[in-house]
Design a protein around this ligand. Sequence first.
Ligand code: SF4
Length: 367
Amino acid sequence: MKITFPHIGNSYIPIKALFEDLGVETVIPPKSSKKTLELGTKNAPELICLPLKINLGNYIESIAKGADTIIITGGCGPCRFGYYCEVQKEILKDMGYDVDIIVLEAPEGNKKEFIRRVSKIANTKNIVKISKSLKNAITVLKKLNALEEMVLKARPYEVHENEVDKLYNNFIDKLEKSRGSREMINHLNNAVEMMKEIKLDKNREVLRVGIVGEIYAVIDDYCNFDIGKKLNKMGVEVHKSLSTGEWITEMLLFRSMGMSKEMKIWEAANPYIKTCIGGHARETVGNTVLYSKEEYDGVIQLMPFTCMPEIVAMSMMPSIQEEKNIPILTLIIDEMTGEAGYLTRLEAFIDLLRNRKDKRISQTVDS
Ligand code: SF4
């Protein structure tokens, strides 16, 4: 059995750690590219959301590399994600691929059930081994997320250009070449320490922007045209409101304890949206409100074209912008989105934020 899975940001690294610890052979799909998107777009329904198209391309590329089993995340809920796995199964079948597809449903707090499913994939009943491998993979994921967060915070302040990127890319390379979680955890610990050593000019005047929106578009840098790096290079510190690490911890831990770390976000969203309507719409709204409270200079909402929950969240953005006095830009992404036009919109938004901030500073100085 050669297992493959879709790309979502850097999550292939902890997934690789998990299966290597469990002794399962994996095929990591080639990094998402124009070719991946073309393969997905050609074979998926035209109006389906962008993440499905990219993921479908990932599977096709992995099958070409020898994968015979695909792990697909599943779930239920009011948006299309609930029938994603069935659609993907049908498409691959129609394309004539003879592959096994295993749906790893979101555990919604049921740890035992999750372990049972992993045990089936890993073909072992050794619960200790599975639990330990899962725990280590989550450690890799969380440390990786922390490193990514540090990069998005440090880049706009770096004294020597590209120093952060050199270090980060070097460590991603090391992680890809590592085998198993232990080696990866060591590399990640070193990376965090070395990142702290990078010389930063904290007197530099930078803007702070929060990124909200559909989880795949927020996390996956191919899908979002590496928005974090683009903004960093414009002198903007970036915070992403969603990460795979937090999502997994929420699913495995907090929900099983009947409590959710998301409560604070839902509370903030409450005046605008009181219930889950699928995807992360409620979190998009709540996090936008929270960014305004933390005095961020602006918020960018990322949304795949035709994403139902984010369309609803988008309809609330003008009210939040006015009531919370925070500029918000919504970027809709699909396979037709051109990078040049996307960059122009980003630059115009950042100019607006900079003028607004300069005006505020000069008003404070005058008074
Ligand atoms: S959240 Fe949006 S993009 Fe994601 S599956 Fe649902 S409708 Fe599609």
